[in-house]
Each structure stands twice: as C-alpha cells, then as structure tokens.
Write a protein that binds this ligand. Structure first.
Ligand code: NAD
Length: 252
C-alpha cells in the first residue's frame, strides 16, 4: 500500500520499540518520516532522525522547524515518546511526578502545538497519541504512569473536538504490555525476570505480550488518509485486556 505517498510524518520516540516500528511501517507505506528522539541514532536508511527532548519547548520548536525546512510540510504527528514510573501514589516525589507528566503529557501538547500550523495546511492531517491500557484499568504499582496516560486519553478527546474545524483527526492507541526494549529493561530489574514476563503475559487474556508491530499497525491505521472519518477514538491493542474476562487461562 502507498496510502502515505507525498505525506510527511513526525514520530516522537521513534528510535525504539513502538515508535521505531511505526516509523518503519509509515515509511514502507510511502511517508517521508522524521524521527524525533533523544538519541535518533542507528536508524534504518529510510528514516531521518532529529534530536529533540519533548520536555524542552525550544528543542521541539527547533526540530519541527527543521523538519518543515527539510521536507516542506507535516501531515501526521505520532506523539509516542514516553517514560515509565513504578510504585503506588506515595512512591515518587514531586520532582518525579512533574518529570513524568512533563514528558508523557506536556510533551504531546508541545509537539502538537508546534506542528498545528503545518497540520492545518495538510489535506489529510492526523495526530495519534500513544496512550495505554493504564488509562482504563487499575494496574498495580503504576499510579504516576497511569495518571499520565489517563491525561493522554482525555487530551486526545479534547483535541479531537477542538480540531474538527481544522480537519485534523486526533486519535490514540491503548496498548497492553508490549514486547519492547522498555519492557526488557523493566524485566531486567525483576528478581525473577522469566516469572515476571510470564505474569505480564498471563494478565492479558490472549496469554502473550503485544508486539511493537501490532501497535504500529493500529497507529498507522488511525494515521492513514483511508481512515478519514475516524476521530476521537481510543483503539485497544491489548490482547483483550480492556474488556474480556475469561475464566482462567485460555486453552485451545
Ligand atoms: P521504548 O523505551 O522502547 O521507546 C521509547 C522511545 O522514546 C525511546 O527511543 C526514547 O529515547 C524516547 N524518549 C524517551 N523520552 C524522551 C524524551 N523526553 N524526548 C524524546 N524522546 C524520548 O518504549 P516503548 O515501549 O516503545 O514505548 C513507547 C510508548 O508506548 C510510550 O509512550 C509508552 O508509554 C507507550 N506504551 C508502552 C507499552 C509497553 O508495554 N511497552 C504499553 C503501553 C503504552
């Protein structure tokens, strides 16, 4: 498919995991792809990296300007950069609360704000935010992270409404636990990584982790000009975790 031919996409956090899979899929479908990341190194040849920390407004504005100077337009923004946080509501101090919300929530606002004037000129503008099952389900020991993703869900709905008149569609994806370098790092800190991986897989009704490619496919579906009537939605990619309650492990 070449549904993104002639379009320019910006993917934040596009150097790893879900963002990298999304950037590669967008490029394979014809998009010119700009990856904004802290370390946009070792990217495949079809992707162009731009260094930007989404917690810095100056860096975001400079990177968006550079993308437009280089490629002439922006049609798609994938707000995907994010970080994790563990523990209950008392586990993190104010500085850490501000840091995580600044990257996971305000970062999306910064990138969207900088890109809006360019998106308004696009014939098929779309913003896709990477949210999480944590916005919907009460996950244990994820208070701060869940608060950040709950905000992403609400922000997505508010932005979708605000930008109806601009013809900019705004949607989000809600992945379950996905097999990315992030989760690999999390497992490395567990006392028994194999048991922890098995517990995370068992939490999802399908009994396995989601793949980065599966989340990328959902993001690209929402970003595509072919999805022109879809806005204000949250698409679960979670092995059934949001709505399904099988009685015990599922066997064939
Ligand atoms: P990852 O760690 O593999 O990739 C994240 C990327 O974001 C990295 O390349 C990193 O350098 C970049 N990044 C981090 N902070 C940044 C900043 N301040 N500015 C710019 N770039 C920054 O993680 P992933 O698992 O691919 O996660 C991507 C997104 O998916 C995150 O928003 C995360 O919350 C969300 N998510 C992940 C899972 C999961 O289980 N992996 C589940 C639900 C949602």
């Amino acid at each position: 498919m070449t549904d993104f031919e002639g379009l320019v996409a910006v993917v934040t956090g596009g150097a790893s995991g879900i963002g990298l899979a999304t950037a590669e899929l967008l490029a394979s479908r014809g998009a010119t792809v700009a990856v904004l990341d802290l370390k946009p190194d070792n990217l495949p040849g079809e992707l162009t990296g731009f260094r930007a920390d989404v917690s810095s407004n100056d860096e975001v504005v400079a990177a968006i300007d550079t993308v437009v100077n280089r490629f002439g337009r922006i049609d798609v923004v994938v707000n995907n950069a994010g970080i994790g946080a563990q523990g209950d509501v008392s586990a993190n101090d104010d500085d850490e609360w501000h840091r995580v919300l600044d990257i996971n929530v305000v970062g999306m606002a910064r990138v969207s704000r900088a890109a809006l004037p360019h998106l308004r000129k696009s014939p098929s503008a779309a913003i896709i935010n990477t949210c999480s099952i944590a916005a919907w389900a009460g996950l244990q020991a994820r208070a701060l992270y869940s608060a950040s993703k709950g905000a992403v869900l609400s922000l997505t709905l508010a932005m979708a409404t605000d930008h109806l008149a601009d013809h900019i569609r705004v949607n989000c994806v809600c992945p379950g636990t996905a097999d990315t370098p992030w989760v690999g790092r999390l497992l490395d800190t567990a006392s028994d990584p194999e048991a922890e991986r098995a517990a995370l897989a068992a939490r999802q009704p399908m009994g396995r982790l989601v793949s980065a490619d599966e989340v990328a496919n959902a993001i690209v579906y929402l970003a595509s000009p072919l999805s022109a009537s879809t806005t204000g939605t949250a698409l679960a990619v979670d092995g059934g975790m949001y709505g399904l309650r099988p009685r015990g492990p599922v066997q064939k």
